[in-house]
Design a protein around this ligand. Structure first.
Ligand code: OAD
Length: 247
């Protein structure tokens, strides 16, 4: 029963001092952002190796930027949903609350979350490969494709971790530190197939955290999750929040 899982999850959260949440594309699905591996997932229509690798960018930066420009246009039209809103509010509930996201859509910050580790970057930022400068860019559509660095004139790239690339060292370290210190880790809307993100819940479990999963489908994490709630993030998180507020 969903209600039982939500009640158990609320009890675990109420008893917790350190709460960490890991989100994936599923939390933005109800806002209208396509996931990657679902029935209408981006990786069912587009080939990763043509669009989301450093090789693809070297081969055809215009094609890669056109694709990101299209995704930015799509994301700009949508709104954060009640699931994002609950997580933003929870920052005030637990002083040590950490939100780790694999999402690059920027919907968590738009919903008001501030203490976020964006493991895979952010689609609203560019990075100059020459000097590494990261700059916000909210142009929809982009003023020029491909965009160029205002200083060196070279091509800038999306500030996104592509397949075959390493995550930012400080960000993944901070994510492991938070996960290992967690009393409760809530994993929301991720297929848990992409590493190292998918390892963080194991790290949390390894140091004794209770793992709670919210996902309409089973994932490789489901068996390890002490509490598995099969449902949509935009419905379950507000329900969980209302249980928490009841005391
Ligand atoms: P996936 O597309 O792999 O998985 C989305 C998950 O969300 C699935 O497990 C769905 O069952 C679940 N889901 C769908 N609708 C949901 C809803 N309303 N509420 C809750 N869950 C729902 O997305 P990720 O796991 O985020 O990399 O993928 C990981 C990474 O792979 C992404 O960060 C992306 C991609 O390549 C980059 O952008 C760099």
């Amino acid at each position: 029963m969903i209600g039982d899982g939500v009640k158990q999850a609320a009890d675990a959260l109420r008893a917790a001092r350190r709460v960490v949440v890991l989100t994936g594309a599923g939390i933005s699905a109800e806002s209208g952002v396509p996931t990657f591996r679902g029935p209408d997932g981006l990786w069912r229509t587009y080939r990763v190796e043509h669009l989301a690798t450093p090789e693809a960018f070297s081969r055809d930066p215009t094609l890669v930027w056109q694709w990101y420009d299209w995704r930015r246009g799509l994301i700009a039209k949508v709104q954060p949903n009640p699931g994002h809103a609950v997580l933003a509010r929870w920052e005030a509930r637990w002083p040590s609350f950490v939100l780790i996201t694999q999402n690059v859509d920027g919907l968590h910050p738009r919903a008001g979350s501030r203490n976020i580790l964006e493991l895979h970057g952010n689609i609203w930022k560019t990075r100059c490969p020459v000097d590494g400068t990261i700059r916000p860019n909210h142009d929809v559509p982009l003023a020029e494709i491909p965009p160029r660095c205002p200083f060196c004139g070279g091509l800038v790239r999306p500030h996104i971790v592509w397949f075959g690339e390493s995550l930012d060292r400080d960000t993944i370290r901070a994510a492991y530190t938070a996960s290992r210190a967690a009393d409760v880790m809530l994993v929301v809307g991720t297929s848990a197939l992409v590493y190292p993100a998918a390892d963080l819940p194991h790290a949390a479990c390894g140091t004794g955290a209770t793992l709670i999963e919210i996902n309409p489908d089973a994932t490789p994490l489901t068996d390890d999750a002490g509490i598995s709630i099969r449902g949509k993030a935009g419905e379950i998180l507000p329900l969980l929040d209302s249980y928490l507020q009841r005391g």
